[in-house]
Design a protein around this ligand. Structure first.
Ligand code: TXA
Ligand code: MG
Length: 350
């Protein structure tokens, strides 16, 4: 199939793009669209047939459920049961935004969307394009990240084109996304609520609103990589670049020196090597393929560029990537969660 690409221009002409996209969704087609976290691959989430196409387009295992995206509170009432007081508080604080909540599903939600589970993941995105598409489609839009299963999530329209051209009906190009990591996921069917996937909304932010949280055991460092996570998608090798990625954790200067040494060793053996660095450590490396992903003074810059840098190394044909580690506090928890998965748990601790 031909993938129709339309670029948003922040002008009245965008209206036509949303109308066309909503028609495709209502006819059971696939439309990729920007959200504040990463690009999503959308289909009508209330239709078994439409949502089923997502799995084929991504090459995604059928037991890995999808998030339903809604634009307003009525959208939630159509799909979710037993919305607790704590859930109400979280929605009030963080919706619309990068937070996904797990509820018991209503029977109208097809099992194809929930991977056979009795629960459903719901998110109300804040990105204006996502909101407009959902509103015009008048349904809940099922949307995983718009990457081929296992690859880093797309943070720019070009990434979606790389992975999805020819597999989807339409792409709404809204430029680069703001956050760059997927939403935080919290299971509200248990008490205390349980963090399943760390994201931009951090544990301290959540705990300030609802008190104590439990952590999915698979998120604990000691538990990985064999403990089975509650979010099925967290069990797969993920975000993985084609290169072998190794994280080196330790005091900053010491880690940087070790990274420089390891990279040089591989380079001498004739491999193409890359380094993921930060502004604070750039000066330690003299290698050609060094990518500064942001500054440690502002971890949001690191979150925003991580996936794009992994994809860039793929394009360069990099064979070995070495990355510095980040603190596991606040947003660092989400950054390290993705980085550790991308590395297949390969970490050198100095
Ligand atoms: O930021 C995001 O959440 C992006 C944008 C597009 O909204 N979407 C996204 O979707 O990251 P995806 O499919 O790549 O990740 C969804 C995760 C998977 O790990 C899946 O297993 C988990 O959510 N999930 C979905 N439904 C669930 C459920 N009922 N119980 C537990 N985990 C669930
Ligand atoms: Mg994904």
């Amino acid at each position: 199939m031909d993938t129709w690409i339309r670029k948003l221009t922040a002008s009245p002409e965008d209206e036509d793009i949303y109308i066309q996209a909503a028609q495709i969704i209502c006819r059971g087609g696939l439309v990729a669209f920007p959200t504040e976290t990463v690009y999503g691959l959308g289909a009508d989430g209330m239709s078994e047939d439409a949502a089923g196409k997502i799995y084929a387009a991504k090459g995604r295992p059928s037991d890995n459920p999808l998030i339903l995206h809604i634009a307003d509170r009525e959208g939630l009432d159509r799909i979710a049961d037993k919305v607790t007081e704590k859930a109400e508080k979280l929605m009030q604080s963080f919706w619309p935004g990068p937070l996904t909540l797990i509820f018991e599903k209503k029977k109208e939600v097809p099992y194809c969307v929930t991977g056979g589970l009795e629960t459903v993941a719901v998110r109300m995105p804040s990105h204006p394009a996502a909101r407009e598409l959902i509103r015009k489609s008048q349904t809940a839009i099922a949307a995983p990240s718009a990457n081929v299963s296992g690859r880093p999530s797309p943070t720019r329209a070009e990434h979606v084109i790389e992975d999805m051209a020819g597999r989807i009906d339409m792409l709404i190009d809204g430029g680069s996304v703001g956050i760059g990591l997927e939403s935080t996921i919290v299971d509200m069917t248990v008490d205390p609520p349980m963090l399943l996937r760390p994201g931009y909304v951090t544990v301290p932010m959540l705990e300030q609103v609802v008190g104590e949280l439990q952590m999915d055991p698979s998120l604990m460092e000691e538990a990985a990589p064999d403990v089975k996570p509650k979010a099925p998608g967290m069990k797969y090798r993920h975000y993985a670049p084609k290169a072998e990625l190794t994280i080196v954790e330790g005091e900053l200067a010491e880690a940087a020196e070790e990274i420089a040494r390891l990279a040089e060793e591989k380079r001498r053996q004739g491999y193409r090597t890359g380094i993921i660095a930060t502004e604070e450590t750039r000066r330690f490396y003299h290698e050609e393929d060094v990518r500064v992903i942001g500054t440690r003074q502002d971890e949001e810059t690191i979150a925003r560029h991580l996936f794009a840098v992994l994809r860039e190394f793929d394009e360069l044909g990099t064979q070995y990537i070495f990355s510095e580690a980040f603190s596991q506090q606040d947003l660092g928890q989400a950054i390290m969660n993705r980085l550790i998965k991308a590395a297949g748990h390969q970490i050198i601790r100095l």
